[in-house]
Design a protein. Structure first.
Length: 302
């Protein structure tokens, strides 16, 4: 079974590399050449060429517009999905995924959702957690293919249940990391020793793999990207929109969405999500200096 992996970004490149190193017959494609020489040797000249040669097509692309463009949705090129299993591994609105599933099925293809939880570090280690949704027979084909990338794969039911599950996970992640950023800001402005704060947090019952990574980044103000603030803002918008459509209150997430919008407006979008601390700092500086111009993020709802 030949697998095409389309989208070699921060997450996609290590995921595809783990597939290749596990011996998966792999074809890769990305708009930008990957850093890995191993993957460059597996690159198809075009996305259409990769899709045509594959049995299963894994998509790790930024958003629905990117997916539509790569698959040629709405045009003759979309016919290449016929007899293929299209696996959507990124994060989009659930209703987008539902529509894509219907389009793929109408074109004679099969469709599985398989979004993953984790950032660059677990992606490199093959320790992501995948959520699967789709026809059980198709899920059964896809599930073993994910083993080199994910330590666990959880079946969630029909499309778009996997993406709704991913948004639930992202809500927790976003509020968790934003809370950590606020805690470091609080401690810093009280002149506490941030090394000691890091030791206390990482030794306590709230510690987790993600908190141990993010506490060090906040302590050292090292914002090298693992999950970019711009992408986290996009994800927070997806969660907030899904909550509003369902009439669900999400007050913590709503405030995080505003903070990430402000961080992006401050020019921190390409940095790690922990750079949201810059937006919190800006609010403190504003409150201590009322004459300072107020930052209003361009896409903030307020």
């Amino acid at each position: 079974m030949i697998v095409a992996f389309l989208g070699l970004g921060v997450m996609g490149e290590p995921m595809a590399l783990n597939l290749a190193r596990a011996g998966t017959p792999l074809i890769a494609w990305s708009r930008r050449p990957p850093a890995s020489a191993e993957l460059r040797a597996l690159m198809a000249p075009t996305a259409a060429d990769a899709i045509a040669r594959a049995d299963v097509v894994l998509l790790m692309l930024a958003n629905g517009d990117a997916i539509d463009a790569v698959l040629g949705r709405g045009g003759a090129a979309f016919g290449l999905v016929r007899d293929k299993i299209i696996v959507h591994m990124g994060t989009t609105a659930p209703e987008y995924s539902q529509g894509l599933a219907e389009a793929v099925t109408a074109a004679g293809g099969r469709y599985v959702e398989a979004p993953v939880s984790g950032s660059r570090v677990p992606a490199e280690a093959g320790q992501l957690v995948a959520m699967l949704a789709g026809d059980p027979a198709d899920v059964a084909v896809v599930r073993p293919l994910l083993a080199p990338m994910a330590r666990e794969a959880v079946e969630c039911g029909p499309v778009p249940q996997a993406l709704l599950m991913k948004l639930s996970v992202n809500l927790y992640l976003i509020t968790l990391v934003t809370g950590l950023a606020e805690a470091y800001h609080f401690a810093d402005r009280h002149d506490l020793d941030l090394d000691r704060l890091t030791s206390v947090l990482n030794a306590g019952q709230m510690a987790s793999d993600i908190s141990r990574i993010k506490t060090v980044k906040l302590r050292d103000r090292e914002f090298g990207v693992q999950a970019a603030a711009r992408d986290v803002h996009y994800n927070s918008e997806l969660v907030a929109a899904a909550a509003r459509r369902a009439g669900i209150a999400a007050p913590l997430l709503d405030e995080c969405e505003r903070l990430f919008a402000e961080a992006v407006a401050l020019g921190r979008g390409a940095e790690d999500m922990t750079a949201v601390v810059a937006a919190i700092e800006a609010r403190t500086d504003q409150s201590s200096n009322p004459n300072r111009p107020t930052l209003i993020a361009p896409d903030s709802p307020n």
